[in-house]
Design a protein around this ligand. Structure first.
Ligand code: ATP
Ligand code: MG
Length: 239
């Protein structure tokens, strides 16, 4: 297999749940960089960090539903197959082990998340493992990054005009609009019983509603699944 023409995007996240903003950020990178494939990788959350509300099974299922009508996109379970917490450096190592070059990989990330890169495992070495395709998030433009991360400003560049990616990994700044939505806001809407139409793909919304995710019930149960014990059937003293 030739490796020269591949441009592979990788979008990692908790996806609790996946939403319109995630799709927009990936679309922006695909468009700006003419990516041929996009892997959407659902993260394992380390035990010492706040846990997602939905199980990794449901989070992955929602990602799989979101990509189903996008031929270039794949839902990847490689981080969930390991009990260990997800570290992007390890994920990128796995891509290298599978024959991908750093210059072929584009790690797609929002500006808010990239601003924290200094705290990531294997920083700064991780910046050599792939290009980082950083996309503005509402309220956090990529234009702020050279000032926020002055030591990395030299490596930052707009999307290359030439379709052949540069050999040395870059931090590519993509200032494109994305939906002003977050998983946190969606969970809050659902906890209050509010409609989330338009914030997530319709089949993801259906999955959330079908399984009663993000309501006050435990994950995987709908309100209507709650046991209803008829008053006459109650055991004496049960109240
Ligand atoms: P939470 O509110 O639970 O943190 P989130 O909406 O931020 O969820 P994540 O799973 O944390 O979603 O984000 C995964 C990646 O997608 C990160 O790189 C994040 O910056 C990016 N991202 C998420 N939403 C947007 C958005 N609306 N615009 C641009 N980037 C986004
Ligand atoms: Mg986030």
């Amino acid at each position: 297999m030739t490796t020269g023409a591949r441009r592979i995007g990788i979008l990692g996240g908790t996806f609790d749940p996946i939403h319109r903003g995630h799709l927009d950020v990936a679309d922006a990178a695909i468009h700006a960089l003419t990516l041929s494939r996009l892997f959407v990788i659902t993260s394992n959350v380390p035990p010492h960090r706040p846990q997602p509300l939905a199980s990794s099974y449901h989070r992955f299922a929602m990602v799989a539903l979101a990509v189903v009508d996008r031929p270039q996109w794949r839902a990847a379970d490689l981080e969930l197959r390991h009990d260990a917490p997800s570290f992007t450096s390890r994920t990128l190592d796995l891509f290298h082990e599978r024959g991908y070059l750093s210059s072929e990989l584009f790690f797609v990330i929002g500006a808010d998340a990239f601003a924290e890169i200094g705290s990531w495992r294997d920083y700064p070495r991780i910046l050599d493992a792939a290009h980082f395709a950083v996309v503005s998030r509402p309220g956090f433009s990529v234009k702020e990054l050279p000032r926020r991360l002055p030591r990395l400003a030299d490596r930052m560049a707009p999307p290359p005009l030439d379709p052949v990616p540069p050999i040395d990994p870059l931090i590519i700044l993509i200032d494109a609009p994305t939906a002003d939505v977050s998983s946190t806001a969606i969970r809050a809407h659902l906890a209050r019983g509010e409609d989330i139409a338009g914030l997530v793909p319709p089949n993801v919304q259906q999955h959330i509603e079908h399984h009663g995710l993000y309501t006050s019930m435990s994950p995987g149960r709908r309100r209507s699944d709650a046991p209803r014990i008829p008053a006459a059937g109650r055991l004496h003293g049960q109240d």
